[in-house]
Design a protein around this ligand. Structure first.
Ligand SMILES: NC(=O)C1=CN([C@@H]2O[C@H](COP(=O)(O)OP(=O)(O)OC[C@H]3O[C@@H](n4cnc5c(N)ncnc54)[C@H](OP(=O)(O)O)[C@@H]3O)[C@@H](O)[C@H]2O)C=CC1
Ligand SMILES: O=C[C@H](O)[C@@H](O)[C@@H](O)[C@H](O)C(=O)O
Length: 317
């Protein structure tokens, strides 16, 4: 059975379960992507220029034999390319072996120096990431919109934007409103306020690190395990089912065939089994003292998230 899909504010449909590819080693991601598409019923792949494995993702897509038109492909604009969106997109399209993306996201609301000392992670002499403070996010967005007009991208969106950062682009995003927002979302980081804001703007949320990322404590959480046992499903099915039941797109990453398969079939079955009581309990897990964010790169800028608990380095410019 294919995953359910969710309609975006521009009419485009996105499959509710997509295969994540961050930290998938190039030599593993070819077969992971091919298996997901050919054997496990996936029709949605989440990738990024910054993952340094897009070429291999493209090989996996080709190897699967599934027609391009049946697959929803997302990629992301890396920080060093905010002022060169078309150049970045062309590299991504060539890597993936396609002439369009279904979704292109701004990966982080942090433009970085395009002429710095490293193509992906430029740094200043003091070791901090080399942020381009003069570049405006609204100008990045204008270039993203131009890619839709050119037909290279069907829809555009944002990733890791707080309400504060979204307010830097929403007033000028008159032609194409952001249709999707990718954010860290699981019962330890449910981001209720941000979700209400997205709903009020008609922006569909997409959950990254839905299982809690590498070595996740969420898979062993007593409440998650109890709910899984109650319905004879896996803890991972409960976590993904909770998201899909909330009409949130989930992007589980795996390079293990059995997990790739169960993240699809188990989730679909869990969505039908979770009852209201389970959902309410999972909704309240963070508030019960378990709030935790797992993905916190050392950006030397204030991203505007109130639950970003990592020590924020001070920029010395
Ligand atoms: N926009 C952004 O900034 C971000 C986007 N993302 C996207 O979201 C995707 C998912 O997030 P990610 O941080 O990778 O983490 P996930 O929450 O998807 O967790 C991945 C980890 O869980 C393991 N795993 C997968 N399925 C199961 C299962 N059924 N049972 C037990 N363990 C399992 C994987 O192992 P194994 O592979 O060995 O099976 C891997 O170690 C990324 O790959 C990326 O595409 C992620 C972070 C940030
Ligand atoms: O999508 C995955 C993540 O955003 C990842 O790309 C970043 O966390 C990156 O490793 C960084 O250090 O900034």
């Amino acid at each position: 059975m294919p995953a359910p899909s969710i309609k975006l504010n521009n009419g485009v449909e996105i499959p509710a379960i997509g295969l994540g590819t961050w930290q998938s080693k190039p030599e593993e991601v070819v077969s992971a992507v091919s298996y997901a598409l050919k054997e496990a019923g996936y029709r949605h792949i989440d990738c990024a220029w910054g993952y340094s494995n897009e070429k291999e993702v493209g090989q996996g897509i080709k190897q699967s034999g599934v027609p391009r038109s049946e697959i929803f492909i997302t990629s992301k604009l890396w920080g060093t390319y905010h002022s060169r969106v078309e150049e970045a997109l062309d590299e991504t399209l060539a890597n993936l072996g396609t002439d369009y993306l279904d979704l292109y996201l701004i990966h982080w609301p942090v433009p970085m120096n395009p002429k710095g000392n490293h193509p992906t992670f430029p740094t200043l002499p003091n070791g901090l990431r080399d942020v381009d403070h003069s570049w405006k996010l609204s100008d990045t967005w204008k270039q993203m919109e131009a890619m839709v007009k050119k037909g290279k991208v069907k829809t555009i969106g944002i990733s890791n934007f707080s309400i504060k950062k979204m307010d830097e682009i929403l007033p000028t995003a008159e032609i194409i409103l952001p249709s999707i927002k990718c954010l860290e979302l699981h019962p330890y980081n449910p981001q209720h306020e941000l979700l209400s804001y997205l709903h009020s703007k008609g922006i569909v949320p997409e959950a990254y690190s839905p299982l809690g990322s590498t070595n996740s404590p969420l898979l062993k959480d007593d409440v998650v395990v109890r709910i899984a046992q109650k319905h004879s499903v896996q803890p991972s099915d409960v976590l993904l089912g909770w998201l899909v039941a909330h009409d949130i797109v989930a992007l589980p990453k795996s390079v293990t065939p059995s997990r790739i398969a169960s993240n699809m079939t188990g989730t679909i079955s869990a969505v039908g089994k979770l009852d209201k009581e389970d959902i309410v309990e999972l909704d309240g897990l963070a508030a019960s003292g378990k709030q935790k964010r797992f993905i916190m790169p050392p950006w030397p800028v204030d991203l505007g998230f109130d639950n970003w608990t990592a020590p924020m380095p001070t920029a010395k410019e």
